[in-house]
Design a binder for this molecule. Structure first.
Ligand SMILES: Cc1cc2nc3c(=O)[nH]c(=O)nc-3n(C[C@H](O)[C@H](O)[C@H](O)COP(=O)(O)OP(=O)(O)OC[C@H]3O[C@@H](n4cnc5c(N)ncnc54)[C@H](O)[C@@H]3O)c2cc1C
Length: 404
C-alpha cells in the first residue's frame, strides 16, 4: 500500500495529528504543511509568560524539524495550501505545486477578528494570534504610553495584565456589561474586574468603539459611539477569532462557522478529517459546539488521526481551559452554561472554586489558584460523580474519597 497522509496546518492540532498517526502505527508517508515559517509552537504564552519576558522564545516551540524527522514526519515550512481537489484527492499550494493524498487532515486554526472600523489599519492597531503579532506588540509596548485594549475577553485581559506588569497605563473597552461574558459566570467576571481595577486598569463597559483616529499614519485615539475619546498609541483588538474554514467550504465540505466534525473529527468526506480551532463539533444532541483551546486541539487531533486510519476514538473528555492574569490562575473544567445552582468552595486567600450544577448534576467547576481542585474536578466530571453541593462547599470535606 502507498498510503499518504497530508496535514494542512502545523499548529497544536496539526502536530498532534501527525504524531498520533505514528502512535497509532501508521507507517506510510506523512506531510505536515505549515503555512507559517516556524516549526509548531504554543500560542498561550504569547499573551502571558512570553510577553512578560518570563519565557525564552525557544521554549515556545513544541517540536523542532529534527524531532519530527526522527518520526519520519515531513514538515514543510511556508507551505500554504490554496485549494483542495476532493475528486482528485489532491491539495494545491500557493507555490504552484500539488500533493496527492489518501487521507487529508485540516488543522488550519483560526485568525483574529478585525472589525471593519475606520482607522483599523493604522500603525499601532494590533491583533494577537501568532508569533509575529506577539513580537510586534512586545516591541510597541516598550515605547507606548497609552494602551487601549478593545474587548474584555481572555486574550485582551491577559495582555492588559502583562502591560500593567510592564508599567503601561491600560484602558479596557468592553461592549458588554462584564468581563469574559461569553465564557465565565458573573461571579468570576466581578472577581476579575476587581483584580484588574486594583492593579490600575481602567475598565469601560457597555461601550461600542466606532472609530480609531490617527496622526501621521499611526493610531492616536479610540472613539466610541457615545462620543468618548480615549488617547492611545497602542491598541490591541481582542474581539475573538474566526475559524479558517474557507478552504473546506470551497471544497464543498460542510461548514457552519467552522468545519463541521463529529466526536471522531470526521468531516462530511470520509477521506478528510479536521481538528482544532478550525472546527465546530456537532454533538449527539445536535447542538453545535465551538471550542478554542489547547485541549480541544490535542484531543480532537488524536481522534482525527485514529479516524483517518479507520479506528474509532471519540473525544469525550470534559472540556477544560485556563487563563493567567497577574498572580491569578483561572482554570475551568466543564461548561457552566445553563447551571441552576452554584456553590463556592473557599480555598484560602485569593483562592476558591465554584461548583456549578444543573438538575442536581455537577456540570462544571471554575477554580482560581486551586490547581489541585481543578484536576480533581476534571476527574469528577469525567466519572460523572456529583458531590452534594453542601459537601462541595465545605473545604473541610475531602472530595477525593468520592473517586475511590
Ligand atoms: C494569544 C493566545 C493565547 C491563548 N491562550 C490559551 C490558553 O491559555 N489556554 C488554551 O487552552 N488555549 C489558549 N489559546 C488557544 C489555543 O492556542 C488554540 O486553541 C490552539 O492553538 C489551536 O490550535 P490549532 O492547531 O487548531 O490552530 P493554530 O494554532 O492556529 O494553528 C493553525 C495553523 O494552520 C496554519 N494554516 C492556516 N491555513 C493554512 C493553509 N491554508 N495552509 C497551510 N497552513 C495553514 C496557520 O498558519 C497556523 O499555523 C490561546 C490562543 C492565543 C492566540
Amino acid at each position: 500500500m502507498n498510503e499518504r497522509m497530508v496535514i494542512v496546518g502545523a499548529g497544536q492540532a496539526g502536530l498532534q495529528i501527525a504524531e498520533s498517526l505514528r502512535a497509532e502505527g501508521f507507517d506510510g508517508s506523512i506531510e505536515l504543511l505549515a503555512g507559517e515559517k516556524s516549526p509548531p509552537y504554543q500560542r498561550p504564552p504569547l499573551s502571558k509568560a512570553w510577553l512578560q519576558g518570563d519565557l525564552p522564545e525557544e521554549r515556545l516551540f513544541l517540536r523542532g524539524a529534527e524531532a519530527l524527522a526522527a518520526k519520519n514526519i515531513d514538515l514543510r515550512l511556508g507551505a500554504v495550501v490554496t485549494e483542495i481537489d476532493r475528486a482528485g484527492k489532491a491539495v494545491r499550494l500557493a507555490n504552484g505545486s500539488s500533493r496527492t493524498y489518501s487521507g487529508l487532515a485540516l488543522a488550519t486554526g483560526a485568525r483574529a477578528r478585525r472589525p471593519a472600523l475606520p482607522g483599523a489599519d493604522l500603525a499601532g492597531v494590533c491583533v494577537l494570534r501568532d508569533m509575529a503579532d506577539a513580537r510586534e506588540i512586545s516591541h510597541r509596548m516598550d515605547a507606548a504610553t497609552h494602551l487601549v485594549v478593545i474587548g474584555g475577553g481572555f486574550i485582551g485581559l491577559e495582555v492588559a495584565a502583562t502591560a500593567r506588569k510592564r508599567g503601561l497605563p491600560v484602558i479596557v473597552i468592553e461592549a458588554l456589561d462584564r468581563l469574559m461574558a461569553r465564557a465565565v459566570t458573573p461571579r468570576l467576571s466581578t472577581f476579575f474586574a476587581d483584580v484588574h481595577r486594583a492593579r490600575g486598569v481602567d475598565l469601560v463597559f457597555g461601550a461600542q468603539v466606532s472609530a480609531l483616529e490617527g496622526r501621521d499614519g499611526a493610531v492616536s485615539a479610540v472613539m466610541t459611539a457615545a462620543g468618548r475619546k480615549f488617547p492611545a498609541d497602542l491598541v490591541i483588538l481582542g474581539i475573538g477569532a474566526l475559524p479558517n474554514d474557507e478552504l473546506a467550504a470551497a471544497a464543498g465540505l460542510e461548514v457552519a462557522r467552522g468545519i463541521v466534525v463529529d466526536s471522531c473529527g470526521r468531516t462530511s468526506d470520509p477521506h478528510v478529517v479536521a481538528a482544532g480551532d478550525c472546527t465546530v463539533f456537532r454533538r449527539d444532541d445536535g447542538k453545535m459546539l465551538r471550542l478554542e483551546s489547547v485541549q480541544n486541539a490535542v484531543e480532537q487531533g488524536k481522534a482525527a488521526a485514529a479516524a483517518l486510519l479507520g479506528h474509532r476514538k471519540p473525544f469525550e473528555a470534559t472540556p477544560w481551559f485556563w487563563s493567567d492574569q497577574y498572580e491569578f490562575k483561572l482554570q475551568m473544567a466543564g461548561l457552566s452554561e445553563g447551571f441552576d445552582v452554584c456553590v463556592e468552595r473557599p480555598g484560602g486567600e485569593k483562592a476558591f472554586s465554584l461548583f456549578y450544577y444543573r438538575d442536581g448534576r455537577l456540570i462544571a467547576v471554575d477554580s482560581v489558584n486551586r490547581p489541585g481542585e481543578h484536576l480533581l474536578a476534571r476527574k469528577l466530571l469525567d466519572a460523572g460523580v456529583s458531590p452534594d453541593p453542601a459537601l462541595a462547599a465545605d473545604p473541610a470535606n475531602d472530595l477525593r474519597i468520592l473517586l475511590r
